[in-house]
Ligand binder design. Sequence first.
Ligand SMILES: [Zn+2]
Length: 163
Amino acid sequence: MLYRIDISSESNANIPGSLPRQRVISVATLCPVGSSRHATVRTGETRPGEVDYRLARGARLTAFRTGRLSRMEVCDAQTELMRNANACGKATRRKCPVCEHRHLVDVTYVFGPRLPRSGRCITSTRELVTLAERVGKFEAYVVEVCTECRWNHLTRAYPLSAS
Ligand SMILES: [Zn+2]
């Protein structure tokens, strides 16, 4: 899937497979520790403004399992996404829902001021925290990828903030 993410708009209608914005479900959240200059990343909490794409993911998988989408259509990670998944994807315990051979990796892209138009692929938690401390509006998008069959799907998006 080719993601075209436009953070200049509140609408996410241009993201293939996206549903109306929903609150909740979070895996990672940023929170201040001591002061805004020392932000950190915490897991397992809900963060305001987070958008969860699990329903869209489920709909895509249902379409695949019922034959409305082919394997080529759902396992279509672009070369750059595969490269990023292999180089800086974060391992998960979630098995690939398509091939069921590999565990998925999460690839995080951040969009915002002075970052490439295609976003910056995050390589570490520290990098995420550093971006959160910058002035400006930054948004993180997490894509799950199977490095074996090329399944990929946007799983969540959230605003980065040190406060
Ligand atoms: Zn797979």
